[in-house]
Design a protein around this ligand. Structure first.
Ligand SMILES: Cc1cc2nc3c(=O)[nH]c(=O)nc-3n(C[C@H](O)[C@H](O)[C@H](O)COP(=O)(O)OP(=O)(O)OC[C@H]3O[C@@H](n4cnc5c(N)ncnc54)[C@H](O)[C@@H]3O)c2cc1C
Ligand code: FES
Ligand code: FES
Length: 500
């Protein structure tokens, strides 16, 4: 028997319970709060997830309680709020009392024209821990990282950072905005297990969104609606809508399928077929970059360091590994490291599952072997063996929140001064991210010397076919590829095997 299917979404916005049906579920969250709720404190500037001025907090009940995450409301849709608590800047101050974050922005002169200020206050509020940790101290916050998704044109960042650091030392953060309406949590439980199917008209176009809660239901809808576009975190699709007004008539929203969000790590002894010492991450397609960052802090610090530069916190909290892979941009950050780690993807349909290597999955820029009735459900990532040398590179014009010019991943084994094995992958240096097979087969058996890596760098530069655009000319990209191979030698020679 099929589960009951709703035609509304429900959530709490600040202290107000909302039930939304029809056309309005297709609005962006920023449109909804500004135009329907008339809360205009949330500002929109870029409308492409780049500036953070539209930042709001969104929390969904989870095992650890309500975790309030910063989200760009300009590229998130109302139906994605189902079962969540949405907090906007209007929801922070209670009875006219500003929160510590708001007061600190005033005291530290962190606001000038004020356009970015609500976004910064929301990002600071998300990063401030609600209470001391088990050791009785407030854990430190890396503020430049936490605020890297917010831009300010006027004030400069020092007063804003000062305001943020001031909040970190306060134990009383003014948390009344976390209060949930009576009955909201039990209602969320019920919502979590019920799918919805909503139709409406948005900007003159008929729209439909179906939102399953189980994998089985997702595959059934995928088979019934092959024309539907899958939506996960919407960081790519949201921008496609706000900038180009492109959207499929039907969306299949996977955002509430909890089974697709888990990350598990199998320890070396149980990782059948993998070299001793290496563990394997099984990452659900819906795992966000923030989920993966938290998981890899200890499991693979080199990967965590790269992920800290993936978008900003607002993008990492909702953007998924599955979305990155299926979008298959030639410069997507995930692709080189997945290529050198020999990762595989599991593709499922109502006919069954198949496993495909990342190299076979990607066929061209924005093209993959995914079939119309399939979903990407899982990515299997064998982590590097602790004895290997492994480095990840993202070369971009700006350090934070920028699209890469070149991405690269290099993984090598060395014994007694000789290279035993090599894997090198690059992105942004051809129509699709790919391994440099000629260099990889030339390296084993050669001495671990600067001369070897200079020659390998020259070969790598010959084997790529980059393009020229505003991020760099083809010649520049070739030189970067050459330079990264040499840089790998210097960095890996200076540090012990296994990365920094
Ligand atoms: C401001 C900003 C900064 C960004 N920074 C970076 C960056 O630093 N590095 C980088 O690589 N990318 C970056 N991106 C791009 C984007 O965030 C990533 O590609 C992200 O991982 C996409 O995931 P998503 O869940 O948001 O995908 P969505 O937008 O929901 O979907 C993307 C595509 O994947 C398909 N899809 C999603 N999940 C599945 C599935 N399970 N099965 C089948 N199809 C599926 C969708 O149909 C769609 O075609 C940035 C984007 C923005 C807006
Ligand atoms: S308006 Fe710039 S990130 Fe939303
Ligand atoms: S205060 Fe004007 S943009 Fe930041």
């Amino acid at each position: 028997m099929r589960e009951p299917i709703r035609d509304t979404v429900e959530f709490q916005a600040n202290q107000q319970l909302c039930q939304v049906a029809g056309d309005d579920v297709f609005l962006t969250v920023s449109e909804f709060v500004r135009e329907r709720l008339r809360w205009t404190g949330t500002k929109t500037a870029c409308e492409e997830g780049d500036c953070g001025s539209c930042t709001v907090l969104v929390a969904r009940p989870a095992a650890q309680g309500m975790l309030y995450r910063p989200v760009n409301s300009c590229i998130r849709f109302v139906f994605q709020l189902d079962g969540c608590h949405l907090v906007t800047i209007e929801g922070l101050a209670a009875d006219g009392n500003l929160t510590v974050a708001q007061q600190a922005m005033i005291d530290c002169h962190g606001s000038q024209c004020g356009f970015c200020t609500p976004g910064f206050v929301m990002a600071i509020s998300a990063a401030c821990r609600p209470a001391v940790d088990q050791h009785g101290t407030l854990p430190p916050v890396d503020w430049p990282v936490e605020l890297s998704g917010n831009l300010c044109r006027c004030t400069g960042y020092l007063p804003i950072l000062e305001a943020a650091r001031h909040c970190e030392t306060q134990e009383q953060l003014g948390d009344t905005w976390r209060n949930l309406q009576p009955g909201f949590l039990p209602r969320c439980e019920a919502l979590r297990t019920s799918a919805f199917d909503i139709r409406g008209t948005h900007r003159g176009v008929s729209r439909r969104v179906v939102s399953p809660v189980t994998l089985e239901q997702s595959l059934r809808w995928r088979a019934e609606l092959p024309e539907a576009e899958v939506i996960a975190g919407a960081t790519d699709l949201g921008v496609r809508w706000t900038k180009r007004r492109q959207a499929a008539a039907t969306w299949l929203d996977l955002g509430r399928v909890a089974a697709l969000r888990s990350i598990t790590e199998s320890l070396p002894e149980s990782a059948g077929g993998v070299e001793p010492g290496a563990s394997v991450l099984e990452v659900g397609a819906l795992a966000t970059w923030a989920d993966l960052l938290r998981q890899t802090e200890t499991a693979c610090p080199e990967l965590a360091a790269l992920l800290r530069r993936f978008g900003g916190p607002q993008i990492r909290e909702v953007g998924t590994i599955g979305g990155n892979l299926v979008n298959a941009s030639a410069i997507a950050d995930a692709l080189p490291f997945l290529l050198v780690l020999d990762a595989t993807v599991d593709l499922a349909s109502s006919r069954g599952e198949r496993r495909v290597g990342i190299g076979q999955f990607l066929t061209a820029n924005h093209q993959t072997v995914l079939r119309a009735d399939e979903l990407l459900v899982r990515v299997r990532v064998p982590l590097p063996d602790p004895g290997e040398r492994f480095r990840l590179y993202k070369i971009s014009r700006r350090r934070d929140l920028d699209i890469a010019t070149i991405t690269a991943a290099i993984r090598m084994g060395e014994e007694s001064g000789k290279i035993t094995r090599a894997a090198i992958a690059v992105g942004g240096a051809g129509p699709v991210a790919h391994r440099l097979e000629r260099v990889e087969s030339w390296l084993p058996g050669r001495p671990w010397t600067e001369a070897t890596f200079c020659e390998a760098g020259d070969m790598a530069a010959q084997d790529v076919t980059p393009w020229s655009d505003l991020r760099g000319s083809a010649d520049y990209r070739r030189q970067v590829v050459r330079g990264l191979v040499q840089r790998f030698f210097h960095e890996s020679t200076a540090v012990p095997a296994g990365g920094a």
